[in-house]
Design a binder for this molecule. Sequence first.
Ligand code: SF4
Ligand code: SF4
Length: 319
Amino acid sequence: MVAVFKECLQEIDPGFTCFEKLQTLQVNLGDQCNMRCAHCHIDASPAGRKVMGRPVIDKIAEALERMPGTILDITGGCPEMNPDFRRLVESTASHFPRRIVRSNLTILTESGFEWLPEFFREQRLVVTASLPCYLEENVDRQRGKGTHARSLAALRRLNDLGYGGGLELNLVYNPGGDFVPGSQQELEEAYRKELLEKYGIRFNHLFTITNAPIGRFREYLESRGIYERYLNLLATRFNPEAARNIMCRTLISVDWKGFLYNCDFNQAIGLPITGGDGEILKIEDLESAARSGKELVLSEHCYCCTAGEGSSCTGALVA
Ligand code: SF4
Ligand code: SF4
């Protein structure tokens, strides 16, 4: 049994358990995906039925108009598969200095989605793309046969358009099992060398993200009887410096229905942000959810954010 995560933070500084200031709104467009990866924390697949509709998308654009300067981080599932993905991107073009699309890369090689790379460039989107390893066998084991080759084809296309140079292209590494990522800096150097020398591919930054013990990855751990062991590993590697920087102090996540959460992991396991009367806050209540000092909703899966160098949607927290 691991210690209560919230108490670990409070022992260091009670302020670490509270919201600080909104910097990023992360929008999850739903659980549809062209892939079905073993580690997926939201159980996304081609059969996904949670798809953000136009009314919620329009409310997000309206809410963000009131908060210029906020970073918009678009995720899924596979966000590009949402029929209103283009609408969300185009309707937020004038308000946000930085808009990120989290792409699984393979969608860029699917029939009917060939327009995406040029659209990313035209909209000046930052592309943050999953590539859990530079080795073919590891990528294909985690994400399905042929994924490595398709991912490289997509990366080449993005490079040809200027991504990895003047346009920002980041890669995401996550462990292929129940372990904590090593040094982000060292891994970035290895990725850069391998991808450039073997395939001529360039990127800007590598983000290491620790697997959260939820969703399909939790099922994997439980089916092997190693869930508690993994949780203990994360708790044993608790890093107070990472605790200071957990992303939920500056990020809010929106689900396909417009409900708000402290992060995408909380969204995946149904831990929403609530108001004073216990009601679940929605995108219309963004200012209230983003109030400085508001208590965060924390649980044992949160240890994935503070283990080792720490982990967030922008990689390590103390690299
Ligand atoms: S991990 Fe990403 S690419 Fe894989 S199934 Fe989940 S959402 Fe899709
Ligand atoms: S899992 Fe979410 S709520 Fe928990 S520490 Fe990480 S970012 Fe914060």
